[in-house]
Write a protein that binds this ligand. Structure first.
Ligand SMILES: Cc1cc2nc3c(=O)[nH]c(=O)nc-3n(C[C@H](O)[C@H](O)[C@H](O)COP(=O)(O)OP(=O)(O)OC[C@H]3O[C@@H](n4cnc5c(N)ncnc54)[C@H](O)[C@@H]3O)c2cc1C
Length: 499
């Protein structure tokens, strides 16, 4: 299931795979929007930069996003003010508003054609019990001296009870933007694809990043690989999990509305439009769940297709895709120094499904840190922060599920019998006392793997929508043949030969 963005962008670059040994000022691990934004700023400043990307540039979360560029990150500001106070909430808002400006400035200066358009962003509700939350958010944002309004007038094809609107937000085509940045730096920055960084070790004067076929030496390293694969120090596996969402792009056969929309509460529904080859499409997103927890077609794409049919009975679904993003325990990304024990190693992660602005905030903070320049927003996102837990619901999501998958599910797994696994489906069976992950293709051919995550050993679960093995602890994903698809794991699953 290809994303609209990947399908409608024709790549002109073919980057080599890294081999041998090289020296750079900065090694950026990961070529999503964060890695490439960082490479853009640092290359422009004259640093010798390399980007090492495991797959293709912007082919992972960035290639599957909704690409709303906004500082309206859900109903966030009421929470931020209550938990952290006004100066902190104001700095978060300002950092993200500055990111919108910075993205527009790059687009204008570099003449990047990426379907950027200013839009109003709305958080809305149709439920009386959620109305007070909208009013609280409007008051909170206004108390930060930011223009935000309560309105019932929205462009959606149904009535809402209320909404909180941020004006002058934006949207774009994420691949056109990221490859536009690549165009600006390609002559001065060495980009390598299909190059997985497998380990990073400290040296006397920096780091060495090991890949399958070589090593890169650099004074500074930026972990832009979405979920850091390094475990210790840092311990990011104790402070983040991943959540998946689904998207469809629909030809509604009707004239569409302006604006970008998100529900105030559960279930999440997100709307924006995109003009593709002269046709206006409606993007509908939602059906969120923690990555690795059970989901089927009806509960994912089925829900979104039903929304499309309800409001646009003639509509046709042209694209379906999904991805996942890192969720932190206190709703704030981790940006800056990776660990006090590893100087000059930087990270940007935990973007909470708001990585279009957060990646720009992160790229600016990391660039400033490398340049030894103070950044006024760095304190908000400090990746080494230690503070009391602000959001107990997320702790349950993280700690309880990890304990369950690492220990309890392994002691007491729910096995299927071999015959219970339908064609084109998968599940865990027990063979000679061993847990075996089985996928039967539509012809009955069997693919067998050890269903244990190569990141930290959690028991994997079968994802029947994408035909993948997913980790409920930290969100790593593997195809049915055991190939690692998504971070933080980097190694493939052990494969069994079963006849
Ligand atoms: C369904 C959904 C909708 C979203 N919609 C929005 C939205 O409307 N607005 C918004 O602001 N945000 C949105 N987001 C969030 C946003 O898309 C992400 O936060 C952002 O794309 C993350 O960018 P990234 O560069 O950190 O990660 P990625 O794009 O995943 O890039 C990381 C790269 O690192 C590479 N990598 C991983 N491990 C290694 C390794 N060991 N060696 C080398 N390379 C490695 C990967 O292959 C990948 O290409 C959404 C997220 C989801 C899940």
């Amino acid at each position: 299931m290809q994303s609209l963005w990947i399908d409608t962008f024709k790549k002109t670059y073919k980057f080599p795979k890294f081999s041998g040994a090289s020296q750079y000022d900065v090694c950026i691990v990961g070529g999503g929007i964060f890695g490439i934004s960082c490479a853009y700023y640092l290359t422009k400043l004259g640093f010798q930069v390399t980007v090492l990307e495991k797959d293709e540039i912007a082919s992972k979360t960035t290639g599957h996003t909704t690409a709303k560029i906004t500082s309206q990150h859900g109903l966030l500001y009421h929470y931020l003010i209550e938990q952290f106070g006004i100066p902190f909430a104001r700095a978060y808002l300002e950092a993200n508003e500055k990111a919108i400006e910075a993205i527009k400035e790059i687009i204008d200066t570099e003449h990047i054609s990426c379907d950027f358009s200013y839009q109003n962003s709305f958080i809305y509700t149709t439920k009386p019990e959620e109305l007070q939350n909208i009013h609280d958010e409007v008051s909170a944002v206004q108390s930060l001296n930011f223009t935000c309004e309560f309105t019932t007038k929205v462009g959606l094809p149904f009535e809402v009870l209320g909404s909180c609107v941020f004006k002058h937000q934006a949207q774009f085509h994420p691949l056109k933007y990221v490859y536009g940045l690549v165009d600006c730096i390609a002559d001065n920055c060495d980009i390598f694809t299909h190059t997985t960084v497998t380990d990073i070790r400290q040296t006397n004067d920096g780091y060495v990043c090991y890949t399958e076929e070589g090593e890169v030496h650099a004074k500074y390293v930026v972990l832009a690989c979405h979920y850091p694969f390094l475990k210790v120090p840092g311990f990011y596996f104790l402070k983040m999990y991943q959540a998946s969402s689904y998207l469809i792009a629909v030809d509604t056969k009707k004239t569409l509305f302006d604006g970008m929309y998100l529900t105030a509460g559960e279930p999440t529904l997100s709307f924006r439009t995109a003009r593709i080859n002269g046709k206006e499409l409606l993007l509908i997103g939602g059906a969120d769940h923690k990555t690795g927890t059970y989901c089927n077609y009806e509960a994912s794409y089925g829900v979104l297709e039903q929304v499309a049919k309800t409001y646009y009975p003639e509509s046709e679904v042209l694209y379906r895709w999904n991805t996942r993003d890192c969720i932190t325990l206190d709703k704030i990304p981790y940006i800056g120094i990776y660990s006090h024990y590893m100087p000059n190693l930087y990270v940007g992660t935990g973007f909470q499904k708001w990585g279009m602005t957060s990646s720009n905030v992160a790229a600016n903070i990391v660039t400033d840190m490398i340049c030894k320049k103070e950044n006024p927003y760095a304190f908000v996102f400090s990746a080494t922060r230690m503070q009391p837990i602000k959001n107990r619901g997320e702790v349950k999501n993280m700690v309880v599920q990890s304990a369950k998958s690492i220990v309890l599910d392994k002691l007491n797994p729910s096995y299927l019998s071999f015959d219970e696994i339908a064609l084109n489906s998968g599940g865990i069976v027990q063979i000679n006392g061993e847990k075996v992950g089985i996928f039967k293709d539509s012809q009955g051919k069997i693919f067998a793997v050890k269903p244990v995550c190569t990141h930290l050993g959690c028991l994997l679960s079968w994802n029947d929508v994408d035909k993948t093995w997913d980790c409920p602890c930290h969100g790593s994903r593997f195809d049915f043949k055991g190939k690692n698809l998504y971070d933080p794991a980097i190694e493939n699953l052990q494969v069994y030969d079963i006849h």
